[in-house]
Design a protein around this ligand. Structure first.
Ligand code: PMP
Length: 354
């Protein structure tokens, strides 16, 4: 820390992103990226737009916002686009959370939520999940403030049915409820249709997973026009040019190629079923996943040891040191070939533990 760093941030513990190693070629199953390339159309539009990089991008993000609105059956004023859904989430904390409306989220969920609260110096409370990692909406009944729910949740992959999401939104008319749907395309129900019924619901999605564009940094929020206006007040007060030209163009192309995304999601879901089945046959416990990753443990194999041994063998998964999670590993679902190698490696290494 330099002697100039402001004391207000001196205790800040930043978010730790998953490893992006350069030392060797791994089978990379650690950051929930797609194993498939972006849509051809997305890449073609981005290449074409590269010729105009001399010029600032459209701060209104009109073409992309209109395309997203059409795609989701809402109006352009119901949509905001951001530099990754992390930015949408951060803006939501900035806009809708304060001393009187603390943030509430699960104790086991996306690790960036407490960091968003801390960097904005906002109060927050973590609500314990049940021992089976499920979220009970009843635990939120008396929590009035700003609620964030990842659905499906990370790193468990478990999804809540829409009726339960709706219950939480309906029970908190005076606070904003954010539903983070980063993984929704892999088998969960989206709350986007509910945004027409509830003015306190903000749904956040990303191009990083199902649309194979993690490197482009593109996320978006859908909600009541006034919520979106508030988020735009924050956006225009921080970085009005948050979406670069190539990303914006690629975002339009990807939406025009929706069938490609759907086909990729179907393959991931198929590979997920294959992996879960094979792991269960080898004695693993796997939480029910509606995401492009699974959360698994073996009763006889230490979680950290499994992570380290897999890494030595060229396979990268995500391990969390938190005591409630440390016996598990989060495994991103890749291509069939990658998952077959993963399963073969697991069997070879832990044949004795079965
Ligand atoms: N929400 C959840 C639950 C996530 O796991 C992630 C990915 N790390 C994000 C949001 C952020 O994704 P991105 O900023 O790439 O859109």
């Amino acid at each position: 820390m330099s002697r100039f760093f402001t004391s207000k941030f001196s205790g800040l513990v930043p978010y730790t992103p998953g490893e992006q190693p350069r030392d060797m070629q791994y089978i990379k199953l650690n950051t929930n990226e797609s194993p498939f390339p972006p849509s051809e159309k997305a890449m073609a539009y981005a290449r074409e737009e590269a010729e105009r990089l001399r010029l600032y991008p459209d701060p209104e993000c009109k073409a992309l916002t209109e395309k997203l609105a059409e795609h989701f059956g809402v109006l352009p004023e119901n949509v905001i686009v951001n530099n990754g859904s992390d930015e949408t989430l951060n803006f939501a904390f900035m806009a809708f959370c304060d001393e009187k409306r603390p943030a509430y989220f699960a104790d086991i969920t996306y690790g960036f939520y407490p960091v968003f609260a801390q960097v904005n110096r906002l109060p927050y409370m973590e609500i314990p999940l049940k021992t089976d990692f499920s979220l009970d909406p009843a635990d939120y009944t008396d929590k009035h403030g700003f609620i964030v729910i990842a659905n499906p949740n990370a790193p468990t992959g478990m999804a809540l049915p829409l009726t339960q999401i709706e219950r939480i939104v309906a029970e908190h008319p005076d606070g904003v409820v954010v539903v983070d749907e980063a993984y929704v395309d892999f088998g969960a129900e989206s709350a986007v249709p509910l945004t027409k019924k509830y003015d306190n619901l903000l749904v956040v999605q990303t191009y990083s997973k199902s649309r194979s564009m993690a490197g482009a940094r593109l996320g978006f929020g859908i909600g009541n026009a006034e919520l979106i206006q508030d988020l735009n007040t924050i956006r225009f007060s921080t970085n009005p040019y948050n979406i670069n030209r190539m990303t914006m163009a690629a975002g339009v192309g990807a939406l025009e190629d929706d069938a490609y995304m759907k086909a990729n999601c179907a393959k991931i879901m198929e590979n997920r079923a294959y992996t879960v089945n094979a792991l269960e046959k080898s004695g693993f416990t796997v939480l029910p996943s509606a995401a492009n990753f699974i959360f698994a443990r073996h009763p006889q194999i230490d979680g950290k040891e499994m992570y380290l041994t897999l890494k030595e063998n060229g396979i990268l998964v995500r391990h969390f040191d938190k005591p409630s999670l440390c016996q598990y590993n989060r495994i991103t679902i890749g291509t069939r070939e990658q998952m077959e190698t993963f399963i073969a490696t697991v069997r070879k290494l832990w044949e004795a533990a079965r």
